[in-house]
Design a binder for this molecule. Structure first.
Ligand code: FES
Length: 105
């Protein structure tokens, strides 16, 4: 089956070097813009419950605002605890001014 690209938000809403919170079909997704590159991960920290889009983005690392876990937004990998589980990541593209992701069912 072909991958389905789904609109997540308008690209103009994602400021450079920041994270933006989106919701698609009840799923919380964070879109990150690092210079002109875009990345997407689940937005809820797997440690407890905090929105990573409220955290601090430095390069391609996001720091959770609640307990300070850090993740690589490219791979989802945990760089520093207390979180132990990696973030889900999603493929991203910009098409006709939209940020689009492939969100598995
Ligand atoms: S909720 Fe994110 S590190 Fe605890």
């Amino acid at each position: 089956m072909d991958a389905v690209w789904t609109k997540v938000c308008d690209a103009q809403h994602v400021q450079p070097d920041s994270a933006f919170a989106c919701e698609v079909d009840g799923r919380m997704i964070a879109i990150y813009r690092v210079e002109d590159r875009y990345f997407a991960t689940e937005n809820v920290c797997p440690h407890a419950y905090a929105l990573l889009s409220d955290g601090w983005l430095e390069g391609t690392e996001i720091e959770c605002p609640l307990h300070g876990a850090r993740f690589d937004i490219q791979s989802g990998a945990v760089l520093e605890g207390p979180a132990e589980c990696a973030l889900k990541t999603y493929a991203v593209r910009i098409e006709a001014g939209e940020v689009q992701c492939i969100i598995p069912a």
